[in-house]
Design a protein around this ligand. Structure first.
Ligand code: ATP
Length: 439
C-alpha cells in the first residue's frame, strides 16, 4: 500500500512537471519537475518570510486555551481553561505559486492598510529570503498583489533578433519576464533612449533599423556626430542630417509635411492618417535622432537662433506627429534640464522611456523620473558588464528590466543595403510641399 502511494506521488510529480514544461515552455524538463517542491517551500515558508519582511499585521483573536502557562506567539498569556483575547500576527493570504518561464508567480490578498508599494519596498528582502534573483511586484486589481520571482537573471543571454512583420512594430529584445520587448510606434509614438557611452544605445537603434528596414516606412536620421553613426545606413534612409544647418532644414521639412498631412486629414474628415483610405494614406516616417544633446548644445552665440528653431520644430513634431504618422526615437548619453527647456518639454511628450546604464542620476531621473522610484534604483544598478540591459517603461504602464538583442553594425548595414529599394526618396515625399527642400 505504502509503495503504491509512493509510486503514485512520483507519477503525479512527473505529470505536474510535464504539464509545467509544456504549458510554460520551461527550458528544461528537470527544472519543471522541481517546481512542485519550490511551490511547496514558498507556501510553507510564507508565514516566516512575511513576518521577517514586515508584511504581517497584528489582529485581535479570541483563543480558548486549555494549557496552563501557554506562550502565545505575541506574548505570554497565563490562563487556565478560558477564552482569552490576544494579538496574533496575520500574514496576507497567498494563493498557490504558479510556474513561469524563469521562476514562479503568486497572487496575494493585501491586508487592510497595505498598498502594492509596501510589497515593492520589501521586494529585495523577499528575494533574499527565498533565495531568488529578483522579485517584481505588480497589482492586477485593488486588494491583489502579484509577486513574480525570477530564479536566475534571464537577461544574461538573449536570443537572436526575430523578424518583425507587423507595420511599425519591432521586437527589439527580451523583458526579464521572458516576454518579447516590443517597440510599437502606433501605440507609443515617441521614445527617449538614454544611456552612457557603451551602454547599448546604438545597438538598440541597430535592432530598430533591422526591424523597420523591410517595412513600408520612411526612415529619417539626425546624426550630429558628423554622420559617423548613421551614414552606413544611408541606403535605407530617406534623409539624413549630419550638421546643424541640415538639421534645421530637415526639421522644417518634417513640420511642413505634418501640416500638409493635417490638411489632408481635415479634407477627408479623418482624425489621423490611419483613418484615410489605404490609397491616399501617406507613408509613415520614423525619425531617429543620435545624440539628442548635440541638437541643443551651443558652441557660440551665433547658433542660438538655429538651436531655438530646432528645439521648437522637434517639439512640434513630438506634439502633433503621432496623428500624422511621424514618430520619434531620440537617443542621448545625457538628458538634463541644463540642455534647455526644450529638452524638458520634449521629454514630457515622449511616453516611451528606455534608460540604459547612465553616469549621472539626473539622466535617470529625467528619463524615468515619473515612474516608480524602484525603476530608478534598478536603472542605477545596471552593471557595465551587461551592455544592452535597460529599464523600459512598457506599453502596459509598467516598467521592466530588459535587454536588447545583440545586433552588430554589420547586420544593420546589411539590412539597410538589402532593403535600400524600399526607402522612399525624400524629394518624392516632400515634392508637393510649398517650401524649398533642404534635405
Ligand atoms: N544587447 C547587447 N548584448 C550584448 N552586447 C551588447 C548589447 N548591446 C551592446 N552590446 C555591446 O556593447 C558595445 C557598446 O554598445 P553600443 O555601441 O550600442 O553603445 P552606445 O551606448 O551606443 O555607446 P556610444 O554612445 O559610445 O556610441 C557593443 O559594441 C556591443 O559589443
Amino acid at each position: 500500500m505504502r509503495d503504491a502511494l509512493q509510486v503514485l506521488a512520483v507519477l503525479a510529480a512527473v505529470a505536474a512537471g510535464l504539464w509545467a514544461w509544456r504549458r510554460y515552455h520551461y527550458p528544461s524538463f528537470w527544472l519543471a519537475l522541481g517546481f512542485p517542491i519550490v511551490a511547496l517551500s514558498v507556501r510553507t515558508s510564507w508565514r516566516r518570510v512575511a513576518l521577517g519582511c514586515g508584511l504581517t499585521k497584528k489582529r485581535q483573536r479570541f483563543w480558548f486555551t486549555t494549557v496552563p502557562g501557554l506562550v502565545a506567539s505575541t506574548g505570554i498569556v497565563r490562563v487556565k481553561r478560558k477564552w482569552q483575547r490576544i494579538a496574533v500576527d496575520t500574514k496576507p493570504f497567498m494563493w498557490l505559486p504558479l510556474p513561469t518561464r524563469h521562476g514562479w508567480r503568486v497572487t496575494l490578498h493585501t491586508l487592510e492598510g497595505q498598498t502594492p508599494g509596501d510589497y515593492t519596498v520589501a521586494a529585495e528582502r523577499l528575494a533574499h529570503s527565498w533565495g531568488v534573483h529578483a522579485i517584481r511586484v505588480s497589482s492586477p486589481g485593488p486588494g491583489r498583489v502579484v509577486l513574480m520571482a525570477t530564479m536566475r537573471d534571464p537577461l544574461v543571454k538573449v536570443d537572436e533578433l526575430p523578424a518583425s512583420p507587423e507595420l511599425l512594430k519591432v521586437t527589439v529584445g527580451r523583458l526579464e519576464t521572458g516576454k518579447p520587448w516590443l517597440i510599437d510606434f502606433r501605440t507609443v509614438p515617441h521614445w527617449i533612449n538614454a544611456g552612457a557611452t557603451q551602454s547599448g544605445k546604438s545597438n538598440l537603434a541597430n535592432a530598430l533599423i533591422v526591424g523597420l528596414a523591410p517595412q513600408p516606412v520612411a526612415l529619417v536620421g539626425f546624426d550630429l556626430k558628423g554622420g559617423v553613426e548613421f551614414t552606413p545606413y544611408a541606403p535605407r534612409l530617406s534623409a539624413l542630417a549630419t550638421c546643424r544647418a541640415e538639421s534645421v532644414g530637415l526639421l522644417d521639412d518634417l513640420v511642413a509635411l505634418m501640416i500638409d498631412r493635417m490638411g489632408l486629414c481635415r479634407q477627408a474628415g479623418a482624425r489621423n492618417i490611419w483613418q484615410l483610405p489605404p490609397g491616399v494614406r501617406p507613408v509613415p516616417v520614423v525619425v531617429l535622432v543620435d545624440e539628442l544633446a548635440e541638437l541643443y548644445l551651443m558652441a557660440d552665440k551665433s547658433e542660438k537662433d538655429e538651436i531655438a528653431k530646432t528645439s521648437t520644430a522637434l517639439l512640434r513634431v513630438a506634439q502633433l506627429g503621432r496623428a500624422f504618422g511621424i514618430y520619434l526615437f531620440c537617443c542621448g548619453q545625457r538628458i538634463g534640464s541644463d540642455l534647455g527647456p526644450g529638452v524638458t518639454a520634449l521629454r514630457a511628450q515622449c511616453s516611451g522611456r528606455i534608460c540604459h546604464r547612465v553616469n549621472d542620476p539626473e539622466t535617470a531621473t529625467m528619463t524615468l523620473g515619473d515612474l516608480d522610484p524602484a525603476a530608478l534604483a534598478s536603472a542605477r544598478a545596471i552593471a557595465a558588464e551587461t551592455p544592452g540591459v535597460a529599464i523600459v517603461a512598457s506599453q502596459d504602464g509598467q516598467w521592466y528590466r530588459a535587454r536588447s538583442f545583440y545586433v552588430t553594425e554589420q547586420a544593420a548595414e546589411h539590412a539597410a543595403r538589402t532593403h535600400a529599394h524600399l526607402a522612399p526618396p525624400w524629394d518624392e515625399i516632400t515634392a508637393h510641399l510649398p517650401q524649398p527642400i533642404n534635405a
